[in-house]
Design a protein around this ligand. Structure first.
Ligand code: SF4
Length: 465
């Protein structure tokens, strides 16, 4: 029977059916970080248990790490305690920790793929919602809560309901100035923030097939914002080319054998889906959120809907029927596991090169990992950003979640390349977040207000390779 990738990977990892109808699912890779793991380790300790498979567990520090000064001890006592506790737990259980002195530290969903720890056909779990990012490689990857982190540490498996699969085909060519971020914001707006409940999203179509791995990661990353527990793209030649030669990828003949197996996992022609949706890439425009969830968005040349949620409007200080274009911003944030990879920084730098950040705007560029930061510096992107008036920071989650010193103040409005615009998400209970692509954030930083990146003439400064 032709089968989806989801079904093939799930079946290969199902240990057994539990009496309640759930599956006990073997987890091939468990990614941990400093925020959701300390309690789980404490629970293990209380029961006298060891980590079942430390070789399948990898740790990094991202949420709480400061991005200005990473010297230890951190000024924030709680952040220092969290990292110290992670270090102790990793030492005690023999878990590899990619720490701030490793050259490989970064946001967990950035370093997994860039080191090829993430591979097709894996089941991947992490105590973070945006674990769906890793699905870009044809893995089944999902976020888990602290008690499930404990389960995976103790038994390398988790109890889960199987998901239905919705195929979302994006066909045609994306217009200039339209990015993967716009595609996923458009999908969430159409299908709703609860539309994916009970589903894994399989992204396909020729627009997705043409995308780089970075772009596919941006799409899969935000699957959870549409309530899909996981999102994935079938492995293809782009996937194989990306993984080849990376530190944790198989080497030599083993890589060729693995590649053949990875490609065989792609959904079979003629397989049945629980639902199918088709989008025309040519119709997608630069998109910006106006509300307090990622589904509350409009194309940059549209006005806020007449029936816009009054609670969201009141919080944001906007009114139905107004345009988003021209909205004055206070902060611009280019970062997060959605959009802080090298290609994201290149796109933003193309807009920022030779320009100047508006005097009233605080603008931050926070690379997703130490490796992204180093690569960007080799290309001179740091210089372009600094000359334009952006701050160039060390790797971490930064203002995406603001569990560190990078926070909004009061009612500030932030143009952000991150993934959530919930009330209080960026550190101030009254702070306001407008989600958009990194290029749109860079353009907003320079204009001092939300603008249409398609009308924003970049300076003729060469960027990247
Ligand atoms: S960048 Fe944001 S969404 Fe991603 S892992 Fe960090 S806090 Fe979570």
């Amino acid at each position: 029977m032709p089968a989806t990738l989801f079904r093939k990977v799930w079946d290969a990892h199902e240990v057994r059916r539990l009496p309640n109808g759930q599956s006990q699912l073997f987890i091939g890779l468990h990614l941990i970080h400093e925020v959701t793991s300390p309690q789980a380790f404490d629970m293990l300790r209380a029961r006298g248990l060891k980590v079942a498979m430390p070789e399948r567990t990898i740790a990094t520090v991202d949420h709480i790490v400061p991005t200005l000064d990473q010297r230890r001890p951190f000024i924030d006592v709680m952040a220092e305690e969290m990292l110290t506790s992670l270090e102790r737990n990793c030492r005690e259980h023999g878990i590899r920790l990619l720490n701030t002195d490793s050259g490989r530290q970064g946001i967990v969903h950035v370093i997994g793929p860039e080191l090829a720890i993430t591979q097709p056909g894996m089941t991947i779990a992490c105590g973070d919602s945006h674990t769906s990012t890793h699905g870009a490689f044809g893995a089944i990857a999902f976020g888990i809560g602290t008690s499930q982190v404990r389960d995976v540490l103790a038994a390398q498996s988790v109890a889960m309901e199987p998901l239905k699969v919705r195929r979302i085909a994006v066909n045609g060519r994306l217009p200039r100035g339209v990015y993967a971020k716009d595609v996923i914001l458009d999908i969430i707006q159409r299908l709703g923030v609860k539309g994916g409940a009970g589903y894994a999203y399989e992204y396909g179509g020729d627009a997705i097939a043409r995308m780089s791995m970075d772009e596919r990661m941006t799409i899969c990353n935000m699957s959870i914002e549409g309530a899909a527990r996981a999102g994935y793209v079938n492995p293809d030649d782009t996937t194989i080319a990306y993984l080849r030669g990376r530190p944790f990828a198989p080497q030599g003949d083993a890589f060729e054998r693995a590649s053949r197996w990875w490609l065989s996992l792609a959904s079979d022609r003629g397989c049945a889906y629980d639902d199918e949706v088709t989008l025309d890439a040519a119709e997608i425009r630069p998109t910006v959120t106006w509300g307090t969830n990622p589904g509350q968005s409009v194309a940059i040349d549209e006005r806020l809907p007449a029936n816009a949620d009054p609670d969201a409007l009141a919080f944001m200080g906007f009114r139905a029927g107004q345009p988003m274009k021209g909205t004055r911003i206070d902060v611009a944030f280019i970062g997060s596991c959605t959009n802080a990879r090298l290609s994201d920084l290149r796109e933003a730098a193309r807009v920022a090169a030779g320009q100047r950040v508006a005097a009233h705007v605080k603008a931050l560029v926070v690379p997703g990992s130490q490796a992204v930061r180093a690569a960007a510096e080799r290309e001179g992107l740091d210089r372009l950003f600094l000359e334009a008036g952006f701050e160039w920071r060390a790797a971490g989650c930064s203002m995406c979640l603001a569990m560190n010193p990078d926070r909004l103040e009061g009612r500030q409005i932030c143009a952000s390349s991150s993934n959530r615009n919930f009330k209080g998400r960026q550190g101030s209970p009254t702070g306001r977040t407008l989600l958009m692509s990194p290029a749109m954030v860079a353009a907003a930083a320079i204009a001092g207000e939300v603008v249409d990146v398609r009308e924003f003439a970049p300076a003729e400064v060469p960027v990247g390779r």
